[in-house]
Design a protein around this ligand. Structure first.
Ligand code: 13P
Length: 252
């Protein structure tokens, strides 16, 4: 089965009701359909209802940027997968490097979040990636293997089938420094091979997207690589024209 493309916007902590409306309206207008590709925006929690009301029935899906590993209970400030599902989310990002670094999420917690998301039929977008120091120490594959193995260890390789993997080198996020297409391709191929060791069919089918300073002008060469199926987009997802052309670049 040929893989289809996928692009998700990660708005991070940006936006307000007025700006979001403008951005979402422009995206919907700009993406009446996509050929062999799909797209989504992952918005801050308070704007999920707004995203749902604007995007319902369009070609643009929506999702959250994080999810609790717990179903419910005394977890002040947390949001469960069931709550995301209540607002029509299809996707949720888990294990973004900003969550890992700034909020101390380790591989085990990320794996539990992945499981929580799937229990509510959400598609987790699992972020993996190395820091600059790890890359320079030649530890990239080892770091990514551990991030992946924690998830596979908890939920099993079959669960990878209903997920998206996002390779986001930490040194390329928000820095304007993009991995070269070949650097990204090498890691994507490694991720696929790691999954293939468990199940080659799932490895061949799973969408692996790249994130880290993807813009309209570099998306085509990145997405042209054989194992890069699209992107997870930060800054450029806040600019309608940029995001729309990145989505079109994921078509095949
Ligand atoms: P930038 O596209 O702003 O580098 O952010 C990437 C990212 O972190 C997406 O999750």
């Amino acid at each position: 089965m040929a893989r289809t493309g996928f692009v998700a916007g990660n708005w991070k902590m940006h936006g307000n009701l007025v700006q979001n409306q403008e951005l979402l309206d422009a995206i919907v207008l700009g993406i009446p359909s996509l050929q062999n590709a799909s797209c989504a925006v992952c918005v801050p929690y308070p704007y999920l209802a707004q995203a749902q009301s604007v995007l319902k029935g369009t070609h643009v899906a929506w999702g959250g940027q994080d999810v609790s590993q717990y179903h419910q209970g005394a977890y002040t400030g947390e949001v469960s997968a069931g709550m995301l599902a209540d607002f029509g989310c299809c996707y949720v990002i888990v294990g973004h490097s900003e969550r890992r670094t700034l909020y101390g999420e380790d591989n085990q917690v990320v794996a539990e979040k992945f499981r929580s998301a799937q229990e509510q039929s959400l598609i987790p977008i699992l972020c993996v990636g190395e820091t600059l120091a790890q890359r320079e120490a030649n530890d990239t594959e080892q770091v990514i293997a551990m991030q992946l193995d924690a998830v596979i260890g908890l939920v099993g390789a079959d669960a990878i089938k209903h997920s998206v993997i996002a390779y986001e080198p930490v040194w390329a996020i928000g820095t304007g420094k993009t991995a070269t297409p070949q650097q990204a391709q090498d890691v994507h191929a490694f991720v696929r091979s790691r999954i293939a060791a468990h199940n080659s069919e799932i490895a061949a089918d799973v969408q692996i997207v790249y994130g880290g300073s993807v813009k309209a002008n570099n998306a085509p060469e990145l997405f042209a690589m054989p194992d890069i199926d699209g992107g997870l987009i930060g800054g450029a997802s806040l600019v309608a024209a940029e995001f729309i052309s990145i989505c079109f670049a994921a078509q095949s």
